[in-house]
Design a protein. Structure first.
Length: 111
């Protein structure tokens, strides 16, 4: 549905209440090979992959765009296809580039 949805568990922990949602206009593709991935960094921001845009996007917990990086490249200055994102314990962003068979690490600017 090209959006991020945020839910919160109730007291029982078995039911979840809808809190908010926002559209990610970058998620427009219909291919089964290039679905977006989401990771949450320690400060609560979301890191999302945009496979067809060859980039990674960061949003705050309210859905406001913070930062984006990447472009198409077969070298380490871009991506062939973002196929996974993860956050390490130090807040670094790991991006799996399935198009170029690489795993890349990024340190985000503070803030």
């Amino acid at each position: 549905n090209s959006r991020v949805q945020v839910f919160s568990p109730d007291e029982s922990g078995t039911n979840f209440n809808f809190l908010r949602a926002w559209e990610v206009n970058a998620w427009i593709g219909q291919s089964l090979d290039n679905k977006p991935f989401i990771a949450v960094e320690p400060g609560g921001n979301l890191i999302v992959g945009d496979p067809e845009g060859y980039r990674v996007l960061e949003f705050d917990g309210e859905g406001q765009f913070v930062l984006g990086w990447g472009d198409y490249s077969s070298e380490i200055d871009g991506f062939g296809m973002v196929s996974g994102v993860a956050i390490d314990p130090n807040g670094g962003v790991w991006v799996s580039d399935g198009g170029n068979n690489r795993l890349l690490h990024f340190n985000l600017p503070p803030g």
